[in-house]
Design a binder for this molecule. Structure first.
Ligand SMILES: NC(=O)C1=CN([C@@H]2O[C@H](COP(=O)(O)OP(=O)(O)OC[C@H]3O[C@@H](n4cnc5c(N)ncnc54)[C@H](OP(=O)(O)O)[C@@H]3O)[C@@H](O)[C@H]2O)[C@@H](O)CC1
Ligand SMILES: Nc1ncnc2c1ncn2[C@@H]1O[C@H](COP(=O)(O)OP(=O)(O)O)[C@@H](O)[C@H]1O
Ligand SMILES: [K+]
Length: 529
């Protein structure tokens, strides 16, 4: 199992190792630099056969120190290496200074500004429009990045303490980002995290600079910034190099497999639970049918779709294995829920937001069953404090960003202003007293007991075809199905999120929401379920 560590947690790990005398910090820096070189050569084996030309951009802290190690190791392999330092040698922290001195025995350092200020033939960089009057600062003269085989970003790592200022011209040292797919350009490698990207949030402020990379090499564990928000875009591909630090506290676990056992072994269908999915009115039942199908596919023993009488014929025309029950209002729902074998309820997709549905949501919450609330159910909860107050720890809320903003406007504002998606989801779970799954390519799940997980549909799990109408309805059904089977709310949300992406990856391009439930058998087979 993998965990995500904040910058503070990573520093605590380092401090613990130092205090125990297990390792010296200079050795950690050597391992970090060696790890970066190993990762580069493993990603591009052709670079190990021959030496090339490298530009190492070093910053004023220990990230820069790692950069000096990489410069030395590449030089020792016969590479032609240029090193540029943003900062002053005299102010480097001790280990970075030691490695700077070691480098200076082999080569020189080009300071950040080597030429008189002025425009000259300096390359203009975003967001400066070349047709505009030049601003009153002088851009940094840069060498043509295209002359290098490799560019290493060792400017700022987990010590980034403020947004990167465009006027320092950091990104002018890299080829333009929109030429990222051009095969002949230099490869760009970020040490620990691309400079400018916040390692705790994955956020780059709109008016700030950030470097991008083909490969990001981090140490011991991924940081939230590698998987949240803009992180995967800037990181390119992220690998972890073990530098021998023991992990202590973490902020979240990374979902890499289902946390709930999905095989069926022995037993009766009721042993796998009975899920009730509530449908909206005639003509608006497709969403709940997809949800119900997902619940059945993930292995709930029985699934019933509860719908108003006027929607019965439409639903009956589409359903076979899924049972139908007329549920016109809160009273009929109360009667139906007398059957306590109904152990999981899913509602919200195209449910409606009138008084009828409001009463239905209240009845569901008062029934105290394992419950997934999505879409219209979330809108109703956001509008009605009395519904919000009824939420309990057996509920899972599955908002997308807009629904989250309606439910938790203050937290959504914090998120917009750069707060960590992990922290705002944790706060939401605490406020609502139930599990929250905040959707996105970076899905965060937090529960009131403090459990927190991230599912990243990123890197080799990027699943952009999930951005299709109704895919969230299927997710709510997958979670409801897992709840019916006996998963706890956090496990069900984790497992649903993982299966959802896995089904999308198994189907591939052209995916529409209807395809997702029918992809689940293949995913279950691949798990040996
Ligand atoms: N276990 C570990 O932790 C290990 C860590 N290791 C490595 O150390 C890295 C962390 O090193 P670090 O703590 O020295 O911070 P780092 O990222 O170099 O930046 C700090 C410097 O940048 C400056 N600065 C910040 N923002 C700025 C801005 N916007 N614009 C301009 N300047 C800015 C800041 O200035 P200040 O805020 O003090 O004014 C300070 O001078 C880590 O990422 C990894 O690579 C490995 O060697 C082995 C194990
Ligand atoms: N680019 C993407 N990459 C990965 N997952 C995505 C992406 N876009 C959307 N999703 C996922 O698809 C689902 C969409 O849900 P939602 O917005 O509620 O859609 P709908 O209401 O149409 O069902 C969420 O689970 C979300 O995490
Ligand atoms: K960096």
């Amino acid at each position: 199992m993998s965990f995500l560590l904040t910058a503070a947690q990573m520093r605590a790990n380092e401090a613990r190792a130092m205090n125990s005398g297990a390792v010296k910090s200079i050795d950690l820096m050597e391992r970090a630099g060696q790890g970066v070189v190993d990762a580069i050569l493993s990603r591009w084996p052709e670079m190990s056969g021959t030496s090339g030309r490298a530009l190492i951009l070093c910053g004023p802290g220990n990230n820069g120190g790692d950069g000096f190690v990489v410069a030395r190791l590449l030089h020792d392999r016969g590479w032609n290496v240029d090193v540029r330092l943003f900062g002053e040698i005299a102010k480097l922290p001790p280990d970075a200074r030691t490695n700077c001195d070691r480098w200076l025995k082999r080569g020189t350092i080009i300071s950040w500004q080597t030429q008189p200020k002025g425009w000259g033939n300096v390359q203009l960089i975003d967001p400066v429009d070349e047709h505009q009057t030049p601003p009153d600062w002088s851009p940094v003269p840069v060498a043509d990045p295209w002359q290098y085989t490799l560019i290493v970003d060792a400017l700022f790592g987990i010590g980034l303490s403020r947004p990167l200022d465009f006027k320092e011209g950091f990104s002018a040292h890299l080829p333009e980002c929109d030429l990222r797919d051009e095969p002949a350009r230099p490869k760009v490698v970020a040490i620990d995290i691309p400079s400018g990207l916040n390692s705790d949030t994955g956020h780059v402020p709109e008016d700030a600079d950030a470097l991008w990379a083909d490969l990001t090499v981090t140490f011991n564990a991924m940081k939230p910034g590698h998987v949240l928000a803009d992180g995967p875009f800037y990181c390119g591909h992220t690998v972890i190099e073990d530098i021998g630090l023991k992990n202590g506290e973490n902020i979240a676990r990374l979902i890499e497999a289902p946390s709930f056992f999905l095989s069926k072994t022995t037993g009766h269908k009721f042993g796998y639970g009975h899920a009730l999915i509530l449908s909206g009115n005639k003509g608006k039942c497709g969403a709940s049918r997809m949800s119900a199908r997902a619940a059945l596919r993930v292995g709930a023993g029985l699934v019933t779709l509860g719908c108003p009488e006027d929607a019965l014929a439409e639903n009956a025309a589409h359903l076979d294995a899924i049972m139908l029950e007329v549920i016109n209002d809160a009273t009929s729902l109360t009667n139906y829920l007398k059957d306590d074998r109904l152990n999981a309820i899913g509602l919200g997709p195209a449910l409606g937001t009138s008084d009828r549905e409001k009463a239905i949501v209240a009845t569901v919450l008062d029934a105290n069953r394992a419950t997934v609330l999505d879409a219209d159910a979330l809108t109703l909860i956001a509008r009605n404090e009395d519904l919000f107050a009824r939420l309990h720890p057996r509920c899972v809320l599955t908002p997308h960003g807009g629904e989250f903003a309606r439910l938790f406007p203050d937290l959504a504002e914090d998120l917009k202003n750069g707060a960590s998606k992990i922290e705002v989801t944790q706060q939401a779970a605490h406020k609502a007293n139930c599990s929250i799954l905040l959707k996105g390519a970076d899905t965060v799940i937090a529960s009131p007991d403090g459990q927190t997980s991230v599912h990243a549909a990123a890197y080799d799990r990027a699943a952009p075809w999930l951005a299709t109408a109704g895919s969230g309805d299927v997710l709510s059904g997958l979670i409801t199905g897992c709840l019916a089977r006996g998963a706890d709310p956090h496990q069900a949300a984790e497992t649903g999120a993982w299966l959802h992406t896995e089904a999308a990856l198994a189907f591939g391009p052209g995916l529409i929401a209807e395809d997702l439930p029918d992809q689940i058998p293949q995913v279950l087979r691949s798990l040996g379920a």
